[in-house]
Each structure stands twice: as structure tokens, then as C-alpha cells.
Design a protein around this ligand. Structure first.
Ligand code: ADP
Length: 618
């Protein structure tokens, strides 16, 4: 009995169906699987043309032999089993290229009328594109998942309003101090310490509002390493919605910013500590930028001035200065800003509580440098020295009056002593005459000290007058040395490199300076027996040097010896009489004469004091 197909459908129609079907079809007959027929789709799939028809399959496509196909074919042919392949990988040499292809196929036995297998039918579709794109997609999916798992951000997904932990990446587990066992647990069970903290409530609320929640540097207390610790996070809760717009899960992303927040808190605390320190000081403490604009004043300043931080303090300070001093202070301050040298200056500021009254302040400022050596800011202070200034003025006043009052009786005392001395000499009483002479010498010393005090008062009041005239410098040196030699135990040597000649200056005051330097050289070299004096004309300058071989001056104190009342000797082994005024007076005289005074000295070896003054007035 013929089948329905054979009875009703023409051979031509079957051929047409066979050749036009969108799938590849082939009949392979005999135990060498000779290609009986193959539609164009099958030829295309193999990458061959119709010339292969009639040839054994494994001869024309030999590369499939080793890929298991021969065994499959044998099974179908010998045992009549149908074989299905799904996304089967086959390496084919097509158009000169040996490449992997993928196929879905069915191999079925072909029977003759006697139900005997005479071949194998093959039906196949190529699915290479589909498999490759699926593979690519999978790859990227894996990569993405990997990325999220290993991300530096802490990421978690909470499912349903009960907040089941659907997903938590490694970082999130670390943040929580947990392991993967918390996955699928309720968040509140996994992290019981969240009770009493706002997070669970916020998350549940998102299921109602559908709105993203984000927070910065928010505090969370979590049990990590077995103890409750405080952390800070920047984080967001983002609702994940289904196609109906309903929230089905929440995506939680977080970054641990604990170190940052703690570091900033530490800085803030440190700043507060310094601020408290500055505010507790009676002095006014301030900072300004590299251009001199005030950036901070402590509370004492605001209390004193009654001003507020919102006002321009740079302007306020300038307004408080004595108008006639503003220019001087400004130029000194600008110079310090230009050179980055510390600023130290005494000046008056108007008393905000008594308009028109001024108080003395010591203004100081030092530059603060950044790491690259540039000035970041200046830190400064104003110290009220008004009382000190008043006491100083009182002291100067007292010294002025006292020395003036002492001078008149001393002058009389000297005259009487000289009178007694002359009378005793005349009366032939040399013993008592010598006592009178010593009295006279002591009166000279006392007069010297009182003159020093008077000179200082005059200098402070700007009353020191220079009576300048031409005089013979070399002769003056001889006179002073001769006078000093009379009372000195040391031998005073004078060497003249060249003659100085006539000099225009105050003869008396210059002799005072020379005498002071020589007497110091003698006084401060008790174990030496010589002092060397040298003079010369150096360009237009008259130069005078006194070199001794005495105790010397430590290097760090050399510049201070010209200051008022400055004495080093008090702390030394030897105690030397003196008020610490001689060098101050000398330096003032030399400065006013237009010259310079300086010292070079080695402690324990001796000192070399020198002054130079212009020979002629310019
Ligand atoms: P004084 O009256 O104390 O000598 P001066 O003003 O003359 O005052 O000197 C100030 C200080 O300088 C002295 O106290 C002393 O310590 C130091 N000094 C001055 N001259 C010398 C010197 N030739 N050698 C060592 N130290 C000196």
C-alpha cells in the first residue's frame, strides 16, 4: 500500500518543497552515506556546490569524521535511531576558512519499501549567529555580575517590604561585618543592631513613596568584629519598579567615608582647641592672608572693640591707629609682607571705650609657610603694653630728675675736694692729700654714671644736641688715650695706618665714644695687659678701632650690646660695674653723626669694637 504522499502528491511538487524549504535537507544513501540529494540550503550550509552530489559525505566533508559524526551516522543507519542535535558545534572548512559553526539538526533513517534502512536523512538549520550572540551576552552578564560583586561600592538589593536580602556584594558584606549566610535573611534579622536607627523605616517607606533616598556622611552603628562601631556612609536607596510602576525591591549603594569624616572631625576638634586657646588669651590674636587682610580675630578683640566678625577688621584696625603713625606702620607692615620677615612694632591704638585716648600695643606677626614654601597666612598678636609704657616713662622721668638733681651737689663736692686736696698738698700733708685725690677720682666715676643717665634721658626726649665743628681727629685720639692711660693698668698701644686729619663732628661727643670703647676694653679684659687702638682714613670715613684680649662676647649677644641697659657681665664669672648704657649712648651719637658702630668678638679671646664716621658732612 502506497503512502498518502505517494498517492496524492506529484514527484515534482515534492522536489519543489524539498528545494524551497527554509531548512537544509539532504538524503545520504548507502553505508558510505553517498549524497543522493541536497537542497541549496544544505549545500550552502556545507559551503559546497552541486558537484558533490553523488559522492560520499565523509569524502567531501572529511573534517567532520573526527568530530563524532561518523559514529552518529552509523548508529542511525545500523540501529534506526533518530538523532537530534541542538546548538551542536561543528568545525567546517567553508570557502577556505576553518571555523566553528552551530547547528540544530535531525538525522533519521531512510527506509525502502521493505522497511529496510537504506540511508540517512539530514535536516539542519544553522544557528551560529544566535549562539555567538547568546555567548557574548552571557559573557558581558558574567562580567557585569563580577564587576558588581567586586565593586568598591557596597551594593545590596532588598526584596519586598520585609526587606529580604536578595543580593549583597563582597564589599557590603564586609561593611556589615557579615558573610554570605545573611543572603535571603530579613535585613532586620541579619543586622539586629539597626533597631532604633532610622534605616529600616526609611527603606520600608520607599515601598510606599517609590522615591529614591540619598544621604551624605550619615552615621550608622554596626556590629563589626564583634563590637558595635560607628561608621559614616554616603549612600542611596533606589526603588526598583516593575512594569506596573510598583516597587518590588530596593537597590542600596553605599561608600564608606568613615576615615574622611573622622579625619575632618579631628581637624575640626584641633581647630576648636586652638580657637579656645586663642579666645582664652588676654592678648588679641589674629590671622591674615598673604596680602595682609584679616581672616580671624579672637573673641577678646571683639569684646574689646565691640565690633563683630562680619565687619572688615583690617579697616577697623587702620582706623584705630593714630593718624600720624598710620603711614609708618603701613610701610613697615608692607615691607614685612614683601620680604616675609617677622613684624614687630610698638604703636598706639585708640581706646574704643575712651574716644580720643590712645593705648600702646606691641604688634607682632610671623608668616606661616605652606609645604611649597609660600606664605599661607600670618599669625599675629596685639599685646597691651600701655601700663608698661607708662611705667617706663615714669622711670625715665625719675632718672632724668634724679640725675639732674644729683649733678649740682656733685659739682660742688668735686670743687670742695679739689680745694681740700690743694690745701693739704700746700700744708705738706701728702698722705691726706692722696686720700683727697682718691675721693676726687671716685667723684669723677660717680659723675660719669650720672652723665650717662642724663644722656639717656636726653636721647629719649630727642634733646641730645650735636655741636659740630672741624677738629683734628688724630689729636683727639691722642688726648683721649693719654687721659685713659693715666688711670689704666693696661698699656694702650696706638697705631695709625694713615692720618685722618680734620673731621666735621661733635668733638666732645666723639671723645666720649672713644673713651667709652677704651674704658670698656680695659674693664672687660682683667687678665690682659694691653689694648690696641688703631685709626685710619678709609675712603671718606674716619675709622676708630679698639681691640682687647679679654672675655669677649658670645655671638648671639653681640648685636644686643648696643641696646639700652643691656649687660652680659651679670651672668659671667667676673662682675663688672656699669649701667649698661655706655654703648647705647655711643651708638646713638655715632648714628646721629651719620656713621656706624659695630663689634666683632670671640668669646674668651677678646673683642674688637669699631666706629666709622664721615670725615666731611655731605
Ligand atoms: P656697661 O656700663 O655695662 O659697660 P656698656 O653699654 O658699655 O655698659 O656695655 C654693655 C655690655 O656690653 C656690657 O655690660 C658688657 O657685657 C658688654 N661689653 C661691652 N664692651 C665689652 C668688651 N670690650 N668686651 C666684652 N664685653 C663687653
Amino acid at each position: 500500500m502506497k503512502s498518502f504522499l505517494e498517492q496524492n502528491i506529484s514527484h515534482d511538487s515534492l522536489i519543489t518543497l524539498f528545494s524551497q524549504a527554509p531548512i537544509a535537507v539532504s538524503l545520504l544513501i548507502g553505508d558510505d552515506y553517498r549524497i543522493h540529494s541536497a537542497n541549496p540550503q544544505m549545500l550552502e550550509l556545507w559551503g559546497k556546490d552541486a558537484s558533490i552530489i553523488g559522492k560520499p559525505l565523509f569524502e567531501v566533508i572529511p573534517e567532520i569524521t573526527s568530530q563524532g559524526f561518523l559514529d552518529i551516522f552509523k548508529k542511525v543507519y545500523q540501529e534506526g535511531e533518530i538523532f537530534k542535535g541542538n546548538k551542536w558545534s561543528v568545525f567546517l572548512e567553508k570557502y577556505g576558512k576553518y571555523e566553528e559553526h552551530f547547528f540544530n539538526f535531525i538525522y533519521a533513517p531512510v527506509y525502502n519499501d521493505d522497511k529496510k534502512i537504506i540511508g540517512v536523512s539530514a535536516v539542519a538549520t544553522e544557528v551560529t549567529d544566535q549562539v555567538l550572540s547568546e555567548r557574548k551576552w552571557k559573557d558581558s552578564e558574567y562580567r557585569f555580575e563580577d564587576l558588581i560583586k567586586k565593586s568598591d561600592y557596597s551594593i545590596a538589593i532588598y526584596r519586598t517590604e520585609d526587606l529580604y536580602i536578595e543580593f549583597a556584594n563582597e564589599k557590603m558584606l564586609k561593611t556589615w561585618g557579615k558573610n554570605a549566610s545573611v543572603i535571603n535573611m530579613k535585613l532586620e534579622d541579619a543586622l539586629p543592631e539597626l533597631e532604633g536607627q532610622p534605616f529600616i523605616g526609611i527603606l520600608k517607606n520607599i515601598f510606599k513613596t517609590g522615591e529614591t533616598y540619598a544621604a551624605k556622611e550619615d552615621r550608622a552603628d554596626l556590629v563589626v568584629d564583634g563590637k558595635l562601631q560607628t561608621f559614616y556612609y554616603n549612600f542611596s536607596y533606589k526603588p526598583l519598579k516593575n512594569s506596573d510602576g510598583q516597587v518590588y525591591a530596593i537597590l542600596n549603594m553605599a561608600v564608606d567615608v568613615t576615615d574622611l569624616v573622622i579625619a575632618r572631625k579631628e581637624i575640626q576638634e584641633r581647630e576648636k582647641k586652638f580657637r579656645d586657646l586663642a579666645n582664652s588669651m588676654p592678648q588679641f590674636v589674629w590671622t591674615c592672608d598673604d596680602k595682609g587682610e584679616i581672616t580671624y580675630m579672637n573673641d577678646s578683640w571683639y569684646r574689646y572693640t565691640g565690633s563683630t566678625a562680619g565687619e572688615n577688621q583690617t579697616k577697623i584696625i587702620k582706623k584705630m591707629m593714630r593718624p600720624e603713625a598710620v603711614e609708618n606702620v603701613n610701610s613697615m607692615w608692607n615691607e614685612c609682607i614683601r620680604t616675609n620677615n617677622p613684624f614687630v612694632m610698638e604703636y598706639e591704638l585708640e581706646d574704643p571705650h575712651h574716644k580720643g585716648n590712645y593705648r600702646w600695643f606691641l604688634g607682632r606677626a610671623v608668616p606661616n609657610f605652606s609645604e611649597n614654601g609660600e606664605v599661607k597666612q600670618w599669625t599675629g598678636t596685639f599685646t597691651d603694653i600701655d601700663e608698661f609704657k607708662q611705667l617706663e616713662a615714669q622711670k625715665d622721668n625719675f632718672l632724668g630728675i634724679a640725675s639732674h638733681e644729683l649733678k649740682t651737689p656733685l659739682t660742688s663736692l668735686k670743687l670742695y675736694t679739689q680745694f681740700i686736696k690743694t690745701n693739704l698738698e700746700k700744708a705738706g700733708d701728702p698722705k691726706n692729700a692722696e686720700v683727697a685725690r682718691r675721693m676726687d677720682y671716685q667723684i669723677d666715676l660717680l659723675t660719669g654714671l650720672i652723665s650717662e643717665l642724663l644722656d639717656v634721658t636726653k636721647i629719649q626726649k630727642g634733646q641730645i644736641q650735636l655741636n659740630e665743628s672741624y677738629f683734628d681727629f688724630d689729636k683727639l685720639v691722642d688726648e683721649v688715650v693719654e687721659e685713659q692711660q693715666m688711670t689704666a693698668r693696661h698699656k694702650l698701644f696706638v697705631s695709625r695706618i694713615n692720618k685722618v686729619g680734620e673731621v666735621f663732628a661733635d668733638r666732645h661727643r666723639i671723645s666720649q665714644v672713644m673713651a667709652n670703647l677704651i674704658s670698656n676694653a680695659i674693664k672687660y679684659s682683667p687678665e690682659a695687659d694691653q689694648v690696641h687702638i688703631s685709626t685710619c682714613l678709609d675712603g671718606n670715613d674716619a675709622r676708630f678701632n679698639v681691640k682687647d684680649f679679654g672675655i669677649g662676647i658670645p655671638e648671639d649677644q653681640q648685636s644686643k650690646v648696643f641696646d639700652q641697659y643691656y649687660r652680659i657681665s651679670a651672668s659671667r664669672d667676673y662682675t663688672f660695674p656699669g649701667l649698661g648704657l655706655g654703648l647705647y649712648i655711643s651708638s646713638e651719637i655715632i648714628k646721629r653723626t651719620g656713621g656706624k658702630i659695630f663689634v666683632t668678638s670671640v668669646e674668651g679671646e677678646g673683642s674688637d669694637f669699631c666706629f666709622r664716621i664721615p670725615k666731611n658732612k655731605k
